[in-house]
Design a protein around this ligand. Structure first.
Ligand SMILES: C[S@@+](CC[C@H](N)C(=O)[O-])C[C@H]1O[C@@H](n2cnc3c(N)ncnc32)[C@H](O)[C@@H]1O
Length: 327
């Protein structure tokens, strides 16, 4: 039909829905190659991308912290790659990669593309060509999770994002000092110039201190996160101190802006208050943690646990109020 022709009657009766407006735009990002930018404003929890892996491999077994042997990875990736459509192959080959000079001459580029861009995906490692365009920051504005059920990686906003802002995720653990983070990022072949890594010296030092304290506190709290109330007076005293310290920890994580770790800190604050039977803050912290975990993945064990904790703590709080007003 010529473009100038009048719309048919059915087109007027059933206007064609153009679908939701796109969330992201891929465009050059200064000093970082390509990047992914917000097409419109986003709220916390809004989905940025959902993507199925084009290649998924079972990685070879290696000691913790050791790199996967590239010869094996390359072979596994190539097998999967050969089965892809020409368009999908082209998309994979267009991805950026970082190789050492020795690797450039003796390693299959496909394996290196995979290493630069792939993400842990349950017990496998997967390549997601669209998500792979998202650059790294040490105080990112999005986070992601792998949904085994949907066979998709899901990226969502962890803070409010304005149209035109770049989306960032973290490629590494963020509970490290700037120097430690840079060592880990070296394998991606870039020096991180994100907002968290380019602060004034004093602010940088303060940020390093906060991250070191948060990491230690998470480890120290771990063995104490049991719901059974303390018995001895010494244990009770310790539990009271912990409840106070757990609030300071949550505040510190917020001050450092590490949204990826908010839910973990809120769970610690919830359980620490439950142990001293301070049900109101226990319920509030648990609910805050639950809301964040729900956003991350409604079905995950972490989400379901916080749902349970929130309901238990709310009913304990209600019983406490009832007994207080009935006397
Ligand atoms: C997974 S890719 C991200 C997308 C990539 N920028 C592109 O053009 O396809 C990882 C590569 O992006 C670049 N990159 C990611 N985050 C960066 C950052 N914060 N600073 C500089 N380069 C970055 C590095 O070259 C890194 O090896």
């Amino acid at each position: 039909t010529p473009a100038t022709s009048k719309p048919a009657l059915w087109q007027l009766q059933y206007p064609i829905c153009p679908g939701p407006p796109g969330v992201y735009i891929v465009a050059p990002s200064a000093g970082k190659g390509l990047g992914v930018f917000a097409a419109h404003d986003l709220e916390i929890g809004d989905i940025v991308m959902r993507e199925t892996p084009v290649i998924k491999i079972v990685p070879p077994k290696v000691a913790k912290g050791r790199p996967y042997p590239m010869s094996i990875v390359s072979k596994l990736v190539r097998e999967e790659f050969e089965a892809l459509s020409p368009d999908a192959q082209e998309e994979v080959l267009s991805l950026t990669y970082h190789a050492s000079s020795a690797e450039k001459t003796n390693t299959d580029a496909l394996g290196i593309i995979f290493r630069t861009n792939a993400y842990n995906t349950g017990d496998k490692v997967g390549l997601f060509p669209k998500i792979a365009r998202i650059n790294h920051a040490c105080r990112p504005n999005t986070s992601y999770y792998w949904s085994e059920k949907l066979n998709k990686r899901i990226v969502y906003a962890t803070r409010k994002i304005k149209a035109g802002e770049e989306f960032f995720v973290s490629y590494i653990s963020l509970l490290l000092t700037q120097e430690e983070r840079q060592k880990q990022l070296d394998r991606y072949g870039f020096t991180c110039h994100c907002e968290a890594c380019t602060q004034e010296r004093e602010a940088q030092q303060a940020s390093d201190n906060r991250r070191t304290i948060i990491k230690k506190a998470f480890a120290n709290f771990e063995p104490q996160l049991i719901l059974e109330p303390p018995r001895s007076s010494k244990a009770k005293e310790q539990a009271r101190k912990n409840a106070k310290a757990s609030v300071q920890l949550a505040e510190l994580v917020q001050e450092e802006g590490l949204a990826d770790y908010y839910a973990k800190a809120y769970r610690i604050a919830a359980i620490s208050h439950a142990r001293v039977e301070d049900w109101q803050p226990a319920a509030i912290w648990a609910n805050r943690g639950y809301e964040l975990r729900y956003m991350e993945d409604p079905q995950s064990p972490n989400t379901l646990e916080l749902y349970q904790l929130t309901s238990t703590f709310i009913s304990n709080w209600e019983s406490e109020l009832r007994s207080r007003f009935s006397t």
